[in-house]
Ligand binder design. Structure first.
Ligand code: ADP
Length: 269
């Protein structure tokens, strides 16, 4: 471990000891490396659509100038590349906002079943388009717990959208909510929300890294689905802010279940 130790002498009148500042450089170097990797990833993710757009502009000015059909096709592609950049920048802003708020506990309350019903209503069109059978459990009635409504909407929207993107082949979407009398990790009563699909599933080796920024099992597939690779990172930070936890169970070829467990009260955390 590379560590830097500074010993500062105190003025003679106070000289009963010394102040020792220990700075573990391996930790700061690791954080610096993570930051550098993130900047490199962001640059690459932004550069890919930009390069494509610049290429199409050149083609539109040159060879495709008088070809109306080619022009329309290229404009469509450029629109979709611009949309990708837009989503990426929105997700980056979201992530940075969520990270900066992570230490501040949410001061408001949410009605969790009502919030989930709202998310399902918002996504009704996408759910219909994916042509999946939806099964809900425990979403009637009401249950209040501390939470930031906008952020929790973002959590469940991301998870349901992922279930539709990667799980639609299974034709099933499950959204269930249940109370846990005592969650051993949160050390108290909690509410669990399960979002399940019976789609492609995820190999076990990927699970520990899934919530890292820009980590994807299949980058090509994620991009083709309009993914930014930031959704689960955003989910993780929001859940952390709520002092909750995210559990991922998945079997390749069988499907996935993402469980968000939120404490019923924040007083004991
Ligand atoms: P993306 O924008 O790529 O969807 P996410 O952070 O939301 O980014 O998810 C990271 C990766 O986790 C995805 O690229 C995908 O490989 C995998 N993943 C997420 N949800 C599911 C799911 N329900 N089934 C299978 N794989 C999933």
């Amino acid at each position: 471990v590379a560590a830097e130790i500074t010993v500062s002498p105190l003025p003679p009148a106070l000289a009963r000891g010394a102040m020792i500042v220990v700075l573990d450089q391996s930790v700061t170097e690791e954080a610096e490396q993570v930051r550098r990797d993130f900047v490199a990833n962001v640059s690459h993710e932004l550069k890919t659509p930009l390069t494509a757009m610049i290429g199409f502009i050149d083609t539109l000015r040159g060879p495709a100038r008088d070809d109306a059909r080619a022009r329309d096709r290229f404009l469509d592609i450029m629109e979709s590349e611009a949309g990708r950049m837009n989503r990426l920048v929105s997700d980056l802003l979201s992530l940075s906002r969520v990270q900066s708020e992570e230490r501040r506990r949410p001061s408001s309350e949410v009605d969790l079943p009502m919030l989930l019903r709202g998310v399902l209503a918002t996504l009704a069109q996408a759910i219909a388009a994916a042509d999946v059978r939806v099964e809900t459990e425990g979403l009637d009635g009401s249950a209040r717990l501390p939470g930031d409504p906008d952020q929790l909407v973002q959590v469940f929207q991301n998870l349901i959208e992922n279930a539709l993107k990667y799980g639609r082949t299974g034709g099933y979407l499950g959204v269930g909510m249940r109370r846990i009398d005592h969650d051993p990790r949160l050390r108290g009563p909690a509410w669990a929300v399960d979002i399940s699909d019976r789609g492609e599933g995820i190999d076990e080796m990927h699970l520990p890294r899934l919530t890292e920024r820009f980590y994807r099992v299949d980058t090509h597939r994620s991009r083709a689905q309009g993914g930014t690779g930031l959704g689960l990172a955003i989910v993780k930070h929001i859940v952390n802010r709520h002092r909750g936890r995210l559990k991922i169970d998945s079997v390749r070829g069988e499907g996935s279940r993402f469980t968000v467990i939120l404490p019923e009260s924040l007083t004991r955390t």
